[in-house]
Design a protein around this ligand. Structure first.
Ligand SMILES: [Zn+2]
Length: 430
């Protein structure tokens, strides 16, 4: 039956639906993200979307399962990118498109971005800002769109004029017409606002809270590093988020705003550009995670060299701040700050996420640590324990690639087998 379906699909030139049978994956190697060790051949038996058995060596297909020959591949737990924006992708047109396009235009684009992300081996993502993502999450969960499992922040929480104030750069007529944005739009200026903004995100179906603790590179505003919340405001956000079981991710470039975010109890610092020893010490004390997003830093620093790519107010920030993140990531790793994987894709092109692994290794992290950052560390940041490792009972999120990614991290860019919740989305061409 499946073969006939395959023939029909080929004749009609349409994509095969993803397979949902039980499988025995015969892997040539298996990376254990818990220990950080590369292991020899293993057979992973997948039943009903979960890992049922992990057997050493190459075993025959278990009863009722189909064998998948990955004997020339390295298998490991599916990856998580903790910082993406599936609702868009930056370009010189980004700043005007917001005025010309409707949400539905961005929503259609996001379908392709979600699929590219999944096919690159990212079975989960945390979408840190954008109104599309809670809806995209629901469409993926319903099986309408192929994409990673999504933890959606929805609208980021900012302060007036801060990074993620949705009206930055508007002319006075538009600003007057729309009035100042408030907690409903994700802009706060007091403790009461802070609480309301988190509750509004709950009402809108967010899974995680994102705050912009300092200025940002790509926003239409002068400062990329000014602190933009008081400690009391951060604490009010974190306390209210805890009421709903939410983790809080804080975008931060500047030192003071970053320090306040960590002191206020956020789960992770994103970008972390001007991270000082004082911040690192506090992060280690409080167990705060660092998600460097080296990719985005390098991408914007690169584009800043092109005339007209960014508005004049953005260009110097992109050149200065972007170039620093990779060095900071290396310094934070050496000082013992816990690091998890994120790219800020949507700044760079969706689907190229695995390049971050190369940048992490270039920054001085061991390859095995970079792989843990995208698996078991990422699961910790999300606050879940059913993914990020290949162990009995966990979700069957499994990726495979030719070669050994610990020996050569660039193999992560060659993923050609992707399984999410036991469903195969990509399989090597034989
Ligand atoms: Zn971002």
């Amino acid at each position: 039956m499946r073969h006939r379906l395959l023939t029909v699909c080929i004749l009609l030139g349409i994509a095969m639906p993803a397979t949902a049978t039980d499988n025995s994956l015969q892997c040539g190697k298996l990376f254990d993200s818990r220990s950080g060790k590369m292991q020899g051949a293993h057979t992973i038996v997948v039943r009903a979307g979960k890992i049922a058995e992990v057997l050493p060596g190459r075993a025959e297909a278990a009863a009722g399962t189909e064998a998948v020959d990955l004997s020339d591949r390295t298998c490991m737990a599916g990856w998580t990118d903790l910082h993406v924006h599936l609702g868009g992708e930056s370009s010189p047109q980004s700043y005007s498109e917001g005025f010309r396009l409707d949400d539905i235009d961005f929503a259609f684009r996001s379908i392709g971005y979600a699929e590219k992300t999944l096919m690159a081996g990212f079975t989960s993502v945390r979408d840190l800002g954008g109104g599309i993502s809670p809806h995209l999450r629901d469409a993926v969960n319903k099986g309408l769109v192929k994409g990673p499992r999504i933890w959606a922040a929805g609208k980021s929480i900012a302060t007036t004029g801060g990074h993620a104030d949705p009206t930055n750069g508007y002319n006075s007529e538009l600003s007057h017409l729309l009035g100042p944005p408030g907690p409903t739009e994700g802009v706060i200026n007091s403790i009461a606002d802070a609480r309301q903004a988190v509750r509004q995100r709950y009402k809108e179906g967010s899974d995680v809270i994102k705050i912009t603790a300092t200025g940002g590179v790509l926003s239409y505003a002068k400062s990329g590093d000014a602190p933009q919340f008081t400690v009391e405001e951060v604490k009010a956000i974190v306390d209210t988020a805890n009421d709903y079981g939410y983790k809080v991710a804080a975008h931060a470039h500047g030192e003071e705003g970053m320090y306040r975010a960590v002191a206020g109890g956020v789960t992770s610092i994103e970008h972390g550009t001007l991270m000082s020893d004082r911040v690192m010490t506090l992060m280690k004390q409080k167990g705060t995670w660092y998600v460097p997003t080296i990719y985005a830093g390098r991408f914007v620093a690169d584009k800043a060299k092109i005339d007209g790519y960014f508005p004049d107010v953005v260009r110097p920030k992109a050149a200065r701040i972007g170039a620093m993140i990779q060095e900071t990531a290396g310094r934070a790793y050496r000082s013992g700050v816990k690091i998890a994987f994120g790219t800020d894709m949507g700044v760079g092109p969706h689907g190229d996420n695995a390049r971050e692994f190369l940048y992490m290794v270039e920054a001085g992290m061991p390859a095995a640590y970079a792989l843990q950052a995208a698996t078991i560390h990422a699961a910790s940041v999300l606050g879940v324990d059913d993914q990020g490792v290949v162990e009995v009972g966990k979700r069957a999120d499994i990726v495979a690639m030719p070669g050994d990614p610990v020996a050569d991290i660039s193999n992560t860019q060659k993923v050609d087998f992707v399984m999410k919740d036991g469903t195969i989305y990509r399989t090597p061409a034989r």
